[in-house]
Design a protein around this ligand. Structure first.
Ligand code: SAH
Length: 215
């Protein structure tokens, strides 16, 4: 398929799947217009890259549905200068969207191969405000903390305490929480006194965050 067809499919995705469902922030829509989602999936999946559902990537993982990526991004309420921690780099698609909107993204992925291909692709696309780490994201990235925003694209039964600790005051964290049967998309905030607030954006379905057990 020609590049301009992808551009047309991408515009359609933004209009029908994102804007029509109520996400109207121009900066967010522009980021979705710009990031070439078909480059983040394998050859077989490219014709489906702009469809309204998640797609498989390597290691039995998935790249989230475009609307879900947009919803989580909107929930972060980015201004421009945030330092973000992302858990679950995966294909790097959400990473690229965040890199368009914030100052710097620190992203952690447990599979080295996924991390490496995401960093190669994002490098080729010109994103130089992203730092990659291979490891267990449930422990956060203490050397770089605190973070203005934290986003995790995989679910745990409760928000990992390390992530709440590494969230700056005034910060926001968005992630799916709950067991596989009943996950909710949660936005947690930390107010100026350090108190944690919680808002529920509704039901969702993500793969689990796999916690590494220290030996
Ligand atoms: N945002 C990604 C989708 C990620 S799917 C994208 O846009 O493509 C969730 C990812 O989280 C997977 O790549 C999975 O390997 C990773 N993951 C699962 N548990 C993890 C953990 N404990 N630490 C870091 N990454 C983890």
């Amino acid at each position: 398929m020609m590049g301009n067809n992808y551009e047309w499919l991408r515009q359609n995705m933004v209009e029908k799947q994102i804007r029509a469902r109520g996400i109207t922030d121009k900066r967010i829509l522009d980021a979705f217009y710009k990031v070439p989602r078909h480059m983040f999936v394998g050859p077989d999946q490219k014709p489906l890259a702009y469809e309204d559902h998640p797609l498989p990537i390597e290691h039995n993982q998935t790249i989230s549905q475009p609307f879900i990526v947009a919803l989580m991004t909107e929930a972060l309420q980015l201004k421009v200068n945030e330092k973000i921690l992302e858990i679950g780099t995966g294909s790097g698609y959400q990473t690229a969207i965040l890199a368009e909107l914030a100052d710097h993204v620190y992203t952690i992925e447990r599979f080295e191969r996924l991390s490496r291909s995401a960093s190669t692709l994002l490098g080729e696309l010109g994103y130089n405000n992203v730092t990659y780490r291979v490891g267990d994201g449930t422990k956060g990235w203490p050397e770089q903390a605190p973070f203005d925003r934290i986003l995790a694209a995989a679910a745990t039964e409760r928000i990992p305490p390390a992530l709440l600790e590494q969230l700056d005051t005034g910060g926001k964290l968005v992630m799916p929480v709950g067991d596989p049967g009943g996950q909710q998309l949660i936005v947690a905030g930390k107010d100026s006194s350090g108190k944690i607030t919680r808002e529920n954006l509704g039901g969702c379905r993500f793969l689990p965050l796999v916690e590494e057990i220290d030996s």
